[in-house]
Design a protein around this ligand. Structure first.
Ligand SMILES: [Zn+2]
Length: 351
């Protein structure tokens, strides 16, 4: 039969995933009329971004295999809410939508979270989903205000939420040591008066980006060491991309190279997912085979389209089914298995 001739294709069609999860990025909701991005090249749909979140939620609720969890990759409400005194109201509105999701939601923090709230307020808010962390001693970096944790939705699979504004000018008091250190760092590379404008050649040193502290990198290193030992597969999620080939370099994390070095020193990482750059992007790191995905932003997606994805996880692969502007991606740990599973690409459908 055809199936016997091509068992791999049959495999793809018949297999049930071990689990699935939903992904959505940069909703940037605000109850205001459409506007434009900073360079006035892309329209922003502040109000209808809520409808696109609703479409995603409905799709996840109605799917045959309910997602095990949802990843919200940051910038859930827009910074424009702050001067309008609407931060709390906007946050309540989006969180109400998330609360009817069929699964727990893991929230990542982006720059727009910090335009609306201080770090200490965020830690106390419903955007702190660290309660979903593993119940193990090393599930989060101890004794600090870093917002990072790991969780394991299925045996053999670990997800790590990272804090891309741990080193930044956003969210902390101007008098505190972390703020002063971040200011000294950015001033080395950015000579502009307005630190939201980018310098050259290190364009990433702007206020709307941030980085990872040594404490956080050390913690990640220890999490990945234990994952290596157990031969787990790790997906890292944060707001800011870290690979120069999956985004415009103006959107990279300040010390993206240090994070890449940690990833490269471990065998367990299969994927890094971020938001922040609304056009989306994708690359596969040549040295490690790690897939770097920048998820398209809801905020710049027209009301008649969509921007969310559902990832199906199998023993040997992750298949991302994008809806609307997000293109489908297949994620394989090793090049060999990519080649051996190419038949699956035939079943990739844009919805
Ligand atoms: Zn952002």
């Amino acid at each position: 039969t055809l199936d016997k001739d091509n068992p791999r294709m049959d495999d793809c069609r018949q297999q049930t995933p071990l689990f699935t999860f939903g992904v959505i990025a940069d909703i940037q909701y605000a109850d205001m009329d459409d506007g434009y991005n900073y360079s006035r090249t892309r329209r922003r749909y502040y109000r209808s971004s809520l409808q696109l979140l609703r479409n995603a939620r409905k799709s996840w609720s109605e799917s045959a295999v309910k997602p095990a969890f949802i990843l919200q990759l940051g910038d859930v409400i827009d910074g424009f809410n702050k001067p309008r005194d609407a931060s709390e109201r906007a946050l309540d509105t989006v969180l109400r939508e998330f609360s009817s999701c069929p699964a727990e939601v893991h929230h990542v923090w982006g720059n727009h979270e910090f335009y609306n709230f201080s770090r200490s307020a965020l830690l106390r808010s419903k955007l702190n989903s660290a309660a979903h962390a593993d119940r193990s001693p090393n599930a989060a970096p101890g004794g600090s205000d870093i917002y990072a944790y790991r969780f394991s939705p299925f045996p053999g699979f670990t997800f790590v939420v990272l804090d891309a504004y741990d080193v930044s000018l956003l969210g902390r008091e101007k008098s505190c040591e972390q703020y002063i250190n971040a200011m000294n760092l950015i001033k080395l590379y950015n000579k502009n008066e307005d630190l939201n404008s980018f310098g050259s050649p290190t364009r990433r040193f702007t206020m709307f980006n941030g980085g990872f502290s040594k404490d956080q990198l050390d913690w990640l290193d220890s999490v990945l060491s234990s994952a290596d030992e157990k031969q787990e597969r790790v997906t890292i999620v944060s707001h800011v991309p870290v690979h120069p080939d999956c985004t415009d370099n103006v959107c990279l994390a300040w010390n993206f190279d240090e994070l890449l070095a940690v990833i490269r020193s471990h065998s367990s990482v299969v994927c890094y997912m971020a938001g922040h750059a609304h056009d989306g992007g994708y690359c596969r790191d040549e040295d490690t085979g790690v897939h770097h995905l920048t998820v398209d932003g809801v905020i710049e997606t027209p009301p008649d389209s969509n921007a969310f994805a559902t990832v199906s996880v199998y023993r040997d692969r992750m298949v991302l089914k994008g809806c609307g502007s997000i293109r489908d991606r297949h994620n394989y740990k090793h090049k060999r298995s990519l080649e051996s599973k190419l038949g699956c690409l035939l079943f990739t459908v844009l919805c």
